[in-house]
Design a protein. Structure first.
Length: 256
């Protein structure tokens, strides 16, 4: 359903056949890239007494006046872990890059924060989904253009969000993450992503999460019939530290 809407906006059709890609320049230094993080509103999601803080960029409160806009869900890595509801914006450009590019592609940007190094717990996944639901119910979201991206543990969370909610997302960008092992025993979960555009990244010499983890996930997508995946592997020695490939990704471009 949502995947089909992307096929008319390709800039990389010859490579992917069904993914949207938007080249853009971006700093990798989070708050140092000139973005005022105060443009991100603060919010809290709640499920059964548990809470999760988040920040939200609202393009309609920042001079953009279309009827609706896409939503980008950003899941931070270890560098964004905390309780200040700000570090997920300042640790890197994963969320703020979309503010930089707002003049050409305005979007809502939802950036939750957790205080532990695991997005994939039942509690955290439920809270993220509640935050998404709250935003969708409150703001003018184009429900055919909801995207998820994240790096490291956020990359792992991105894979899980795609596998758990294939009908929600139009595309995903997992960076140096891994798929929880139990999903490799569930062929139906991968088949549900057969038309899902995915752009994945990893460094060959990543010593935190091995590159083989993303390669395995990409192969599972292909085995399920997915021809919409682009996988970029940086050669050993080209990224320092090797795990922090997201800095290069946000410098050279990101899909939208």
């Amino acid at each position: 359903m949502k995947k089909n809407s992307l096929k008319t906006t390709l800039t990389a059709a010859a490579v992917l056949g069904c993914a949207a890609m938007l080249p853009m320049g971006a700093s990798a230094e989070g708050a140092d890239n000139g973005v005022d993080v105060s443009v991100f509103e603060s919010g809290t999601a709640e499920v059964d007494g548990d809470t999760m803080q988040y920040r939200l960029y609202d393009p309609q409160e920042n001079g953009y006046e279309e009827e609706s806009y896409p939503l980008v869900l950003f899941l931070h890595g270890e560098d964004g872990v905390g309780t200040d509801n700000e570090k997920q914006l300042t640790a890197n450009a994963g969320a703020t890059v979309f503010v930089e590019m707002a003049d050409s592609n305005p979007a809502y940007v939802l950036a939750p924060q957790i205080d532990e190094e695991d997005w994939t717990t039942d509690e955290n996944m439920a809270l993220v989904m509640q935050a998404v639901e709250d935003v969708m119910n409150t703001y003018k979201i184009d429900e055919d253009r909801i995207y998820v991206e994240g790096m490291s543990m956020g990359g792992t969370g991105t894979w899980k969000m795609l596998l758990d909610h294939p009908d929600l997302f139009a595309a995903g960008m997992p960076i140096c993450g891994q798929v929880p092992a139990e999903y490799y025993e569930n062929e139906d979960a991968w088949k549900a992503l057969a038309n899902m555009p995915v752009w994945a990244f990893h460094a060959a010499d990543d010593d935190v999460i091995p590159e083989e983890e993303t390669a395995k996930a990409v192969q599972a997508l292909k085995d399920a019939g997915n021809n919409c995946t682009q996988y970029e592997v940086w050669t050993a020695g080209s990224i320092t530290p090797a795990h922090e490939i997201w800095n290069r990704v946000y410098q050279i471009g990101t899909p939208y």
